[in-house]
Structure formats: structure tokens, C-alpha cells
Write a new protein. Structure first.
Length: 285
């Protein structure tokens, strides 16, 4: 990546725009092994434009960008990248499917968004349980089932998978209900549809329950997508943190997983793109 950027700088000096320069310098991407489909979350690099991130991602062998909505899909298509986890139908992280008073809004939002995702040729659309606010696990499950069943037939029609993210409730998302794999898996079992699955965020689940590799092996059939980040701190996944990502990626690959693993760490190193490239290489087992 440093070589690519240096080449881009030289081309820019010759009179081309920075975007054109990076695009030309990125024509020969890093060759990934093909066992892991790599993606990156846009919000972690929001000091860059979506187009700049797409060009950098393409050069690293990254196949898609997570958490972008319809307005950015044309840019992704321009660079041959997938929208690997679509968003834009959720209310927010705390007001989700576990609360019946949110159902009318969520049903409208997802009924509008699901056909757009399908028409664009994409597959995954994120959703959230919402916060407990004193609600017990069983009530939350029943409420989520009641609401999600209203939109699952539409998701099935358009071949879209509604993907609920597992988030930790100890550090980052206090009171979030879908904070344990077992709860998410039980929800998936009750819904009984291949068009509802889980986003297993490795960072979040290391904080709330640990035992990452065993959990993945035991529950992989309910998982549609993975996110990464270093623990503690949610930063680079290098030797500065406690998880050993090559072993985790090997375990994911061994389950036969064909979806995407998206980098969702917040870079602290000055060269953010170098951190991203290193993360892809760490996970490229």
C-alpha cells in the first residue's frame, strides 16, 4: 500500500487528480488466497470518501464494503465491489425489534429497503434487537419473532437475508439484548428461515462470552457474516491485542463459510490504510 500511495503521489505530481492517480496505481491488487472473502466497514474510515476507500480496498484484495446504503451503491459498483452488509432500514442500535412499539416503523422501513437490496443484487441487510429496558430474554425473543415474521416473507421473495448483529453489553452497548450467541441462535431457530441469520462480531463476543472458536464451530449454520476488531480497545488486530485472528479465520474457513469477514476496527496508527492492509493479510489464511 505504501508503494501504491507513493506511485500515486508521483502520478499526481505529473498532473493527474489524486483519485485518478490512486485508481491507476491500484490496477494490480494484492492477491488474496481466496479462502476468506474480505470486506471493510465504511464508518471506521469515514475520514475518507467512499470512493477513496473503494480504491484502496480494491488494491488490497478486499471484495466489499460494509454498512453503506443505496446512495453509495453506485460508487461500489463502479469499482466492482459488493455492498456486503447493507444498512438504512434500522431505526438505531437501541430501538429495535424487541419492542412492539417499534414494529410499525421497522416493518415500513424494511419493506421499503428489502426490494432495493434485492434489486441491486445484494444479499445482507442488517438489523438490531434493541435495548432491554428491563425486558427479560423470553419476552424479547417473542417480540422479535412477532415483528420479524411480518417482513421475512418479503426477504425470502427477494433473496435477502436479515442479519441481526451480536453486540457486547458490557463495554460498548450497555443494555443491548442480543448480546449472547445463544440468544441470537434461539431467535434464528424460532424464526426457522434461511433468510434470518446472525452477524457474529468477534470483538463484541470476545468481550461478552469468549470461547470464540468453539462458539463459531458449534453455531456456524446460523451465522451469515463476521466482523473483526482488536480486544481490548477495538483497534488494530495485530500483536497489540489478545485475539489470535489467524486461528479464528482458519476455524471460520473450516466450517465451509462462503460469506464475508469485514474489518471493523478503529485504526490508531497514523497510516490507517497500512493498518487495514495488515489486517487483511493477518486474516488471509
Amino acid at each position: 500500500m505504501k508503494g501504491m500511495l507513493a506511485g500515486a503521489a508521483a502520478i499526481t505530481a505529473a498532473g493527474l487528480s489524486p483519485l485518478t492517480a490512486v485508481a491507476q496505481a491500484a490496477e494490480k491488487p494484492y492477491r488474496v488466497k481466496g479462502n476468506i472473502n474480505h470486506a471493510v466497514c465504511q464508518w471506521c474510515f469515514n475520514d475518507m470518501s467512499v470512493e477513496e476507500l473503494c480504491m484502496a480496498a480494491k488494491a488490497m484484495g478486499i471484495k466489499g464494503i460494509d454498512l453503506v446504503g443505496p446512495k453509495d451503491w453506485p460508487v461500489l459498483k463502479k469499482y466492482g465491489l459488493e455492498s456486503t452488509m447493507c444498512n438504512g432500514a434500522e431505526i438505531n442500535l437501541v430501538d429495535g425489534w424487541n419492542e412492539p412499539k417499534n414494529h410499525a416503523t421497522l416493518i415500513k422501513n424494511y419493506s421499503d429497503m428489502i426490494p432495493q437490496v434485492g434489486k441491486a443484487g445484494y444479499k445482507n441487510l442488517i438489523c438490531f434487537s434493541g435495548n432491554r429496558r428491563g425486558m427479560d430474554d423470553e419476552t424479547g425473543l417473542k417480540n422479535c419473532v412477532a415483528g420479524l415474521k411480518k417482513v421475512l416473507p418479503l426477504a425470502e421473495k427477494h433473496k435477502v437475508v436479515l442479519v441481526m448483529e451480536l453486540l457486547n453489553s458490557r463495554v460498548d452497548h450497555k443494555d443491548y439484548q442480543c448480546d449472547k450467541t445463544a440468544w441470537g441462535v434461539e431467535l434464528a431457530k424460532r424464526l426457522g428461515s434461511e433468510n434470518f441469520k446472525l452477524l457474529y462480531d468477534i470483538y463484541h463476543m470476545q468481550i461478552d462470552e469468549g470461547d470464540v472458536i468453539r462458539t463459531i464451530r458449534d453455531n456456524h449454520q446460523y451465522i451469515a457474516h463476521y466482523h473483526t476488531a482488536g480486544v481490548p480497545g477495538r483497534h488494530e488486530i495485530d500483536e497489540s491485542q489478545e485475539l489470535y485472528y489467524p486461528a479464528i479465520m482458519k476455524a471460520i474457513h473450516e466450517t465451509g463459510f462462503k460469506g464475508y469477514v469485514a474489518q471493523e476496527f478503529i485504526p490508531v496508527q497514523p497510516d490507517k490504510l497500512a493498518s487495514l492492509k495488515k489486517a487483511v493479510q493477518i486474516c488471509d489464511v
